[in-house]
Design a protein around this ligand. Structure first.
Ligand code: AMP
Length: 114
């Protein structure tokens, strides 16, 4: 069940977070419950509830998020590899209703994911 949009509260600085990147279109902060030595969440400032809600109007924003993710991975020392995850809706394991990318690294990743 999707909870409150607490990422919007982080974007609006209503609740604290360990922010590691910001520009006019997105914000990145460290996950409060890290699943890897590096676990950063990258969120657009535009409210898009889930990956399934993106439209053609979001094309450039989605590309921007990927470019930022790659730069962040490099800055965070993940040049040996990393994983990007977007959980979508209930069966995808999404808990916060604001599109976000998980950037995970610092350990070997396994396949298939859980
Ligand atoms: P998802 O399950 O894909 O919706 O991912 C939500 C993520 O948000 C989880 O990995 C949580 O650990 C993380 N999270 C929840 N609350 C916070 C918070 N206040 N600050 C940072 N990360 C959070």
């Amino acid at each position: 069940m999707l909870a409150d949009n607490l990422f919007l509260k982080i974007i609006e600085r209503k609740i604290p977070a360990n922010i590691c990147y910001e520009d006019d279109r997105c914000l990145a902060f460290h996950d409060i419950n890290p699943q890897a030595p590096t676990h950063v969440l990258l969120v657009p400032k535009k409210v898009i509830p889930t990956h399934a809600d993106v439209t053609d109007a979001d094309r450039e924003l989605l590309g921007h998020l990927h470019l930022v993710a790659a730069k962040l991975a490099n800055q965070l020392g993940l040049s040996d590899g990393y994983r990007l995850v977007v959980n979508c809706r209930d069966r995808g394991g999404q808990t916060v209703p604001h599109l976000h990318m998980h950037l995970l690294g610092g350990r070997d990743m396994h396949w298939p994911p859980g």
